[in-house]
Ligand binder design. Structure first.
Ligand SMILES: [Zn+2]
Length: 301
């Protein structure tokens, strides 16, 4: 089987048949296993503390208003708030709200600091997106110290994408960051989470650890139509410059796997292949995000 074409179904088939193809033909690679890496330092195994009630999107800490662009702020509001405030891991969540209510999507870039196209795309989105409906949360780069050092791991700690759901009291920075992220997703209850990554190797290469040019999901029950529409659009050259395939599930301890399994919130992890030039990869990341925003009718086009 040609792994680069696994989930691609002929567009002439019925949607139901395509859905079956989608479900049956996805390629299990162990996902998010990504490239073999050095062992992660052990973190605390304690669970996170109890969380706030659901549907509490208004309960962010004191919001800091900003206006990225007068033209944009005329039609959408942009604010931000800190997480892990006062710690070395402090970071900022940007919230962009359209005037009209609608779906909520949470975008995370840079869980792995050296997967540059993912977090650069998220950064660009903060500046360029023009929402017509709903709310967009952006945390990027989530692994701030790793991004600054251009390294996969959290500096002086471990792999953030093996640390979920994390522990706010852990001695490991990666675990504390994971706990804060998990808590935010649980509090906000977005309709979809996008988790932007990159891979050094194409899908199926590097002893099966390669994930380049894939979308990873753990449970497609809430997003099968979205994934199917993406595959068709990709097949017809209407989204992304490269061919993308699906893989499932996310590996244990990953953001994708834990949020999907424990919070029952669908997560799509993007993986562009680092063999291409950076602008090319950022373009594909932006295309995937834009496709999802259009699918949820949060942007025009
Ligand atoms: Zn990654």
């Amino acid at each position: 089987m040609d792994i680069n074409h696994i989930p691609r179904a002929p567009s002439g088939l019925s949607r139901r048949i395509l859905a079956c193809v989608l479900t049956a033909a996805v390629f299990c690679t162990g996902c998010l296993a990504a490239e073999p890496q050095a062992a992660q330092p052990a973190g605390s195994s304690e669970g996170i503390s109890s969380v706030e009630s659901k549907n509490a999107r208004e309960q962010e800490p004191e919001a800091v208003s900003s206006s990225l662009d007068p033209e944009i702020s005329a039609v959408q509001t942009v604010r931000s708030y800190p997480i892990l405030e006062g710690t070395e891991e402090e970071n900022t969540v940007v919230v962009i709200e359209a005037p009209q209510d609608g779906p909520c999507i949470f975008i995370v870039g840079g869980i792995h600091g050296d997967e540059t196209a993912g977090w650069k795309a998220a950064e660009r989105l903060k500046e360029e997106v023009r929402l017509t409906r709903g709310t967009l949360y952006i945390l990027s780069p989530a692994n701030r110290s790793g991004a600054e050092a251009d390294q996969r791991y959290v500096v002086n700690s471990g792999d953030l994408n093996r640390a979920f759901p994390g522990d706010p009291k852990s001695s490991e920075a990666a675990s504390r960051i994971a706990a804060a992220m998990y808590r935010e997703i649980e509090r906000i209850q977005p309709d979809l989470v996008l988790d932007l990554h990159e891979s050094k190797y194409l899908l199926g290469t590097n002893q099966g650890y390669g994930l380049g040019n894939t979308l990873i999901y753990t449970d497609d029950s809430k997003i099968s139509d979205l994934l199917l529409d993406f595959l068709i659009a990709n097949e017809e050259d209407n989204v992304c410059s490269e061919e993308f395939a699906l893989t499932t599930p996310g590996i244990a301890g990953s953001f994708n796997r834990v949020v999907t399994d424990q919070l029952e919130i669908p997560v799509i992890t993007t993986e562009t292949w680092r063999g291409y030039e950076l602008p090319h990869r950022i373009g594909d990341q932006m295309d995937i995000v834009s496709f999802c925003l259009r699918y949820y009718q949060m942007i025009d086009g």
